[in-house]
Design a protein. Structure first.
Lengths: 290, 290
């Protein structure tokens, strides 16, 4: 058995675990305060439960993931106090002295789903999470795709639905996908949080319309074998099925062979690892690093 | 010197060449009639100028490019008479008896630009052509990306510009990118072909708006190192620069590091091989196959 350190570095809390292979044997939760405090407590916990052979970090973004960058593995521009330029990868790796890999949270989640979950054996798929924000990972040929950085899949163009006057709440783009369809966008538009709107069909019809538009664009750009939809918003019963139905309508029969028959049950699916996606992904990152 | 056969299989004509390394030593043009006639004449020309070590085909789509498909390399559903199900790859390969590679025209063009043109040395880029239709190739880690087929990048979602009442002319999606911004869409919207609208600034302002929307989505999904814009519509002087400017506005500073400063001169560029992109790509495909 090999021990690995797994860190799900979130904006409000860090989940830190030590695993024997895939089995978590010790874990804790640390509030996200300053890099010194939070990374310090993270390192202390791991060392108290080590030694480990490698570490994996699934981290909130944006991160510098350009392979040639001197800041590889650091947080870049973020509105979060203290964390701009925080060198997350370097600090963990230097303190632990073991191979350490980092990816954005959705990249880690995608790797976890490919290694053990809803995307095993696929050569290309997309993992999308719809919650406080909308983010995604593109997985191609055995690894999470990074071009000159990591994708920001939530910020693509969508077409305003007829009758929807909500201006959108993305600070950069206003009415991009995230601006129109994230959890906070739902709450702003309808005046109630999503979990108090479960019975309002028009809420979810509109939500599915925007998500299906985005999935149509992803389908035509990447031609993935599968799209996994995770995140809190997808907890609403029936939403996944509604997205499938609207995507099928929007593709209008113009699609690559495996979905041309219009049955998207195997094409748009839920994740295997819901709330644990980040931590499982961090374990997979650690194994890849070792 | 090695001889290669290169076939640019277009919807109205085939351009067929025999090249010594990259140098075309014999070439001809054959009208696209029936598969028997056109592929027969293609094979005859190559055999009269051979022998060749390998052949490459940059073909109009849609093609079946699923590696495991029994119809790999065949045309799939097409409105073009006679060509539905035409086994282009098999017929060329069997007649010539040499290794033969096929890709969609934009995939071939992308490979050509990577091998000798505007994308040399890059690990990820997008090639987009805007003409009678809008199509694109995504190039990642040394090869043209195919997921469960080939991308259909022209069919992504765009947001209708204020005041634009044109319904869109895509037979599948109406107002998708291709439906709003292809050459025929320009002609339908304004009542004149693009080359007679060169002085109408509002035409190109609107065109650049839609293209920039699409490039924003591509940027956020793929995070490519570069986007090459080719095709007849881009012949209009100043359009490329206008697309850069509008893309910079639409990204609104939210982008990966290499374009965060807002200077997109090296990010959005023209192709090296304009009208010859398909044929050059077919030569590159042949070299890859041999």
């Amino acid at each position: 058995m090999t021990r690995y350190a797994a860190i799900e570095a979130g904006g409000t809390k860090f989940r830190v675990a030590v695993a024997e292979d895939r089995e978590v044997v010790a874990d804790t939760t640390i509030p996200t305060t300053t890099p010194d405090e939070t990374l310090g407590a993270t390192i202390d916990f791991i060392m108290a439960n080590g030694p480990v052979a490698a570490a994996g970090i699934a981290c909130f973004g944006p991160l510098d993931l350009a392979p040639s960058s001197p800041n590889y593995g650091a947080v870049t521009a973020t509105p979060k106090p203290y964390w701009g330029e925080a060198r997350v990868l370097d600090r963990i790796r230097e303190a632990l002295g073991v191979p350490t890999a980092i990816d954005v949270d959705v990249g880690g989640a995608a790797l976890g789903e490919w290694t053990w979950g809803a995307a095993r054996g696929l050569s290309s798929f997309i993992y999308l999470t719809i919650g406080t924000g909308i983010g995604g990972g593109v997985f191609i040929d055995g690894k999470v795709h990074h071009g000159m950085g990591h994708p920001e899949m939530g910020h693509i163009t969508v077409e305003r639905a007829p009758g929807d006057a909500f201006p959108g709440r993305c600070p950069f783009h206003g009415a991009c996908l995230e601006g129109m369809a994230s959890g906070p966008a739902i709450e702003d538009r309808w005046g109630l949080p999503g979990n108090e709107l479960a019975d309002r069909d028009e809420v979810w019809d509109l939500e599915a319309t925007y998500l299906a538009q985005a999935l149509r664009s992803y389908t035509y750009v990447v031609a993935p074998e599968r799209i996994i939809l995770g995140g809190g918003v997808l907890q609403r019963p029936g939403l996944l099925e509604l997205v499938r139905q609207k995507l099928s309508e929007q593709l209008a029969g113009y699609a690559t062979s495996s979905i041309r028959d219009g049955n998207l049950d195997a094409y748009v699916v839920g994740p295997r690892f819901g709330q644990d996606a980040g931590l499982v992904g961090a374990i997979a990152l650690a194994m890849d690093a070792s």
